[in-house]
Design a protein around this ligand. Structure first.
Ligand code: HEC
Length: 419
């Protein structure tokens, strides 16, 4: 065991680098210093040595797993810099037995592709060959990892188009459909348009990915607005966060179109706020506030040890300004985290469930209702599945509470928990 005192300068010598890499592979070194040194040492010849030897190791049980990924990242990057990546991939392709869809080296390669770091035409060619040989045939299977799918981004558009069709029509898991959309369609308007043509058939989590993708830049945003204007997408199904992101792009034409379609937020805190602010001038009654909390909020939120954790804990609101609390109640969907969007599922025996999507598997989805009940629905019995574009948190509670009720509630939120 080498003491953990080596500095990085120890590995500036090319021969020592190979030496260090070699002896690391044969020893159970496990300390931070050595890990960092190895990452640094994997340069030039050592990168090739590392890649060959580690790949050849059938079992890597004695290697510290958490460090391996970093080393592979370094090794493949270095191989590409040294223009040896294509040759190395060709070599691994010959030995099919090394191929595994979740292998760390594949993850590293996929990161290079994702960051558009593969510039050498030979390397690009080899990655394409690898993708066609190993990933395309299994991409719709459940064990195809999102990392493997990310590699497909390197293929020409027509091939991606076919692959995407296959993924969306076929039996691919929702998670992999999301990965395909996220990784393959970025800044490719023709693929984005193709996905939008299939909007009706996409399950809500996939729709969410599509929307997240489109609002990232102005061209995606314009495509989305075209679809809203020409009909297939109903403005009321578009979540509030999408309108906000569209506004955030700050383009005049987009702002104008959004103003035309975005539903007017049903209650605006600004219009309603005067009497509530007036009430804040008097101290609130925390015990009445506690009763209000139990009645209106405890089904979803927890604070001072009361309530459930279906929604975010309100502990942090103890010190937030009154305005922030009031606004969150007045306009629940305004700054909503998309994971709290309300889903609505109708089953083939005509039951309707509404709530947030808390789990999904290949043959079921799980909805948690506003009453904190878990409902597991087999995918085969889903008749329709939509999202409302709104938070699970109900609207209209501000009016129900009234100025005094809110003032008391705030007093309770700010009070310390009873022992
Ligand atoms: C049916 C469930 C439900 C009820 C009832 C409910 N909320 Fe919420 N609330 C949520 C969900 C879900 C979120 C997160 C999504 C969002 O911001 O709308 C949330 C968000 C919030 C936030 C913002 C939290 C954050 O970290 O962003 C505040 C503040 C809040 N609620 C206060 C209240 C108060 C006060 C009441 C009672 C008057 C209440 N809520 C009743 C579900 C609920």
């Amino acid at each position: 065991m080498v003491a953990c005192v080596r500095s990085r300068s120890w590995v500036t010598d090319p021969e020592l680098r190979v030496g260090l890499t070699a002896s690391w592979i044969h020893n159970d070194w496990d300390c931070e210093e050595i890990r960092a040194a190895v990452e640094y040492a994997i340069q030039g010849e050592a990168a090739r040595y590392f890649a060959d030897r580690v790949l050849a190791k059938t079992s890597s049980e004695n290697l510290p797993q958490d460090a391996i990924q970093g080393w592979w990242d370094a090794a493949l990057f270095q191989l590409h810099q040294a223009r040896q990546l294509s040759e190395w991939i060709a070599h691994t392709l010959e030995k099919d037995s090394h191929f595994e869809l979740k292998a760390p080296w594949l993850v590293s390669l996929s990161r290079l592709v994702h960051r558009r770091q593969i510039t050498d035409p030979d390397a690009k060619h080899e990655v394409e060959r690898l993708v066609r040989k190993f990933v395309l045939p299994v991409m719709h299977e459940e064990n195809a990892s999102p990392d493997a799918l990310r590699l497909l981004a390197i293929l020409p558009t027509e091939e991606k188009q076919k692959a995407l069709q296959h993924m969306l029509d076929g039996e691919a898991t929702v998670e992999n459909q999301q990965a395909a959309i996220e990784f393959w369609t970025a800044s490719d308007p023709s693929l984005q348009a193709m996905v939008m043509d299939r909007w009706e058939g996409l399950p809500p989590p996939v729709r969410q990915t599509v929307l997240q993708q489109l609002v990232r830049n102005a061209s995606g945003a314009r495509l989305l607005l075209n679809r809203i204007e020409s009909g297939p997408l109903e403005p009321k199904q578009i979540p509030v966060w999408v309108w906000q992101s569209l506004r955030g792009l700050g383009q005049d034409d987009i702002l104008r179109r959004v103003a035309q379609w975005a539903p007017v937020v049903s209650i605006s805190w600004e219009q309603e706020s005067a009497p509530y602010r007036e009430a804040w001038n008097q101290p609130g009654d925390a015990s009445v506030g506690e009763a209000n909390f139990r009645k209106w909020c405890a089904a979803c939120h927890r604070v001072n040890g009361i309530g459930t954790e279906l929604a975010p804990s309100l502990e942090s609101y103890r010190v937030r300004p009154n305005e922030a609390i009031a606004m969150a109640i007045a306009e629940p969907s305004r700054d909503m985290d998309p994971k709290y969007e309300q889903h609505q599922v109708r089953t083939d025996d005509d039951e309707v469930f509404a709530g947030i999507l808390t789990a999904q598997g290949s043959d079921f989805i799980e909805i948690t209702t506003a009453q904190n009940a878990l409902v597991r629905i087999p995918r085969t019995s889903i008749e329709t599945w939509t999202t409302t574009g709104k938070s699970l948190m109900p609207e209209g509670m501000l009016q129900e509470l009234g100025p005094q009720g809110l003032n008391d509630l705030i007093a309770f939120l700010r009070s310390q928990p009873r022992e």
